[in-house]
Design a protein. Structure first.
Ligand code: ATP
Ligand code: MG
Length: 412
């Protein structure tokens, strides 16, 4: 991609009302556009990052047998009445709307009821299970506060998965398989070391705990207690002597930290399936309840977390596997050589952002640091005199001179 053709520009300042560092940097670098508090649009480079995160999530969900679907944003009231959630006072962040004829509709904030309703057309026998479906889709929540940039949106991208099992034992196996896939997702995003499986409130339908996945950061809204040896944590919300004992944890092993919830997995038992009248027939033809689990990952929140956590005072610092481009090639007045190098790299399938603009070296360096592509290549009179191109990693300060072929061998 030629930077001269890219319609987005970097900006010196973020909007005055934007207080979150992740959004400030992403706006200044031209990755996102703020529509209003908690509502952001993705510009070309922002979308590339988001798509890279989706790809990782999708690969891991497919890897545990998830089948991808796309449910609707508009939802009929009737199915939510069956589970008594339409008027549930605890669900206080729901956008609702009406058809012209007055019929009430919900705007998708989660999808347990619609998923169960849809699959009830297909599921009837013990032979059909276990199975899981997931989607990666925008969710809408009327959040009270939306001051954390991509960390808390009123419209945001979530991956939600739902499992259907024949009995509790089978459900537990599915559940742990998915938890393992969650850890792989966070590992691949470079967050594995600082993301903890955290015992949390199980929600309205089950006495069991749910598992939150909490990434440690001072900007997190949640307070958790981490047992570093066991690599688990407990959310302050459920911290009590009784619960610690139940979980085999000790107060003195827990260190208090701030975390942001990047995922949450729940045991739903058969509350939704029973309420929506979905059962199966076992080997003996007897009617049985279906055990469900549900599993969310905050996809756009993860983009905000990575932006926020890895940034330095100069700008964004993307990990290799979700960066918008692998290489940022800067032409400092050496048009012919730079064009040739751009062609060499792209013909090898390397994704390059090529700064071919007429701008000062200082401006190009500053923009490159702000945008945060992992590898910067500079073609200048000086680098050519020294025998090639200057290579520098965004996360390091040392640079070196290599030939194009040496660079291709390194990156290949
Ligand atoms: P929170 O406690 O942060 O409000 P939640 O528990 O209501 O989140 P879930 O219903 O568990 O959220 O949603 C699954 C995942 O979606 C969360 O773990 C989180 O990563 C993400 N998520 C939830 N709400 C938002 C939001 N407003 N903006 C961005 N991501 C969100
Ligand atoms: Mg949650």
């Amino acid at each position: 991609m030629r930077q001269s053709q890219l319609f987005t520009r970097t900006q010196k300042n973020a909007p005055a009302d934007e207080v979150a560092m992740n959004a400030q940097l992403l706006i200044r670098a031209g990755f996102i556009h703020k529509e209003m508090a908690g509502v952001y649009a993705y510009m070309p480079m922002g979308l590339r990052v988001l798509e890279n995160i989706k790809k990782i999530v999708r690969e891991e969900m497919n890897g545990v047998g998830g089948q991808e679907v796309m449910m609707t944003t508009l939802q009929p009231k009737e199915i939510w009445e069956k589970t008594d959630r339409w008027d549930d006072a605890k669900v206080d962040n729901w956008f609702k709307t009406k058809l012209v004829n007055g019929t009430e509709l919900g705007v998708g904030l989660t999808h347990e009821e619609p998923i169960v309703d849809a699959i009830s057309n297909y599921l009837s026998s013990y032979k059909d299970m276990p199975f899981s479906v997931y989607q990666i889709q925008n969710k809408f929540r009327n959040e009270k506060r939306a001051k954390s940039g991509l960390l808390r949106g009123r419209e945001f991208l979530m991956k939600d998965m739902y499992t259907f099992s024949r009995n509790q034992r089978e459900h537990e196996q599915e559940y742990e398989k998915i938890v393992a896939a969650y850890h792989r997702v966070y590992d691949r995003l470079g967050l594995g070391e600082i993301t903890y499986r955290t015992y949390a409130d199980g929600g309205i339908f089950t006495p069991r705990f749910s598992d939150e996945f909490q990434t440690l950061t001072e900007v997190g809204e949640d307070t958790i207690y981490v047992d570093e040896k066991k690599r688990v944590a407990i959310n302050e919300e459920i911290l009590s002597d009784e619960n610690l004992e139940k979980l085999g944890l000790k107060k003195e092993d827990l260190v208090q930290k701030k975390g942001v919830e990047v995922g949450n997995t729940f045991h739903l038992e058969s509350k939704y399936t029973d309420a929506l009248d979905l059962y199966y027939n076992d080997e003996n033809g007897e009617k049985q309840s279906i055990i469900m689990g549900c599993y969310g990952i905050g996809v756009s929140r993860l983009m905000g977390v990575v932006a926020e956590l890895f940034a330095d005072e100069k700008g964004l610092v993307w990990p290799e596997n979700i960066a918008p481009y692998s290489v940022h090639l800067l032409n400092l007045g050496q048009d012919e050589e730079a064009e040739k190098i751009y062609n060499d790299l792209t013909s090898k399938g390397i994704e390059v952002l090529f700064d071919d603009r007429e701008a000062s070296a200082g401006e190009k360096f500053a923009d490159s640091d702000l945008i945060g592509i992992p590898t910067r290549l500079v073609v200048s009179k000086k680098s050519l005199a020294a025998g090639g191109i200057e290579v520098k990693k965004r996360s390091e300060s040392e640079s070196s001179i290599v030939t194009v072929n040496e660079f291709l061998a390194q990156i290949g």
